[in-house]
Write a new protein. Structure first.
Length: 148
């Protein structure tokens, strides 16, 4: 059993309110894509409220959606993100979300069983933005191995 698990955060700034007609396809696919993630090999946990809704959590502002989860490792998360039906939603990101000039996605290792808080995750994202990929905060293009 691994001593560490992979945490990930991605944020997205909406172009319009979640209940706007232009967001309807995004909202209509949320349950399906979340269920796909939860059934994916290597999935461990995702941030959501008591009703199972992650879009209701807005710790970084009213227009910023937060997606945070924990996985068994980089490959498991990568397979879900890039090799599952999740790709069809990612291809449409520009319809719903603003282009972000800075990093909006970060990966980092957490001790097994740890569930990161949103503010911990934002600190990791800020570290990635300030320092580039390190063993403390990285991305898919330059992953770091689990700590020894």
């Amino acid at each position: 059993m691994a001593a560490y698990e992979l945490a990930q955060l991605n944020i997205a700034q909406m172009k319009m309110p979640l209940d706007a007609p232009g967001m309807a396809d995004f909202v209509a696919n949320l349950d399906r894509i979340n269920a796909l993630a939860e059934a994916a090999p290597g999935f461990i946990w995702r941030l959501k409220n008591e009703e199972g809704n992650a879009t209701a959590l807005r710790p970084f502002g009213p227009d910023t959606l937060v997606n945070m989860s924990v996985w068994s490792g980089v490959q498991a998360l990568s397979d879900y993100v890039y090799k599952s039906l999740h790709v069809e939603i990612m291809k449409r990101r520009k319809e719903w979300f603003e282009r972000m000039p800075e990093a909006y996605h970060v990966l980092w290792w957490v001790p097994q069983g740890h569930r990161p808080h949103e503010y911990e995750a934002m600190q990791r994202l800020q570290t990635l933005r300030a320092m580039g990929p390190t063993d403390k905060a990285f991305h898919f293009k330059q992953p770091f191995a689990q700590p020894a």
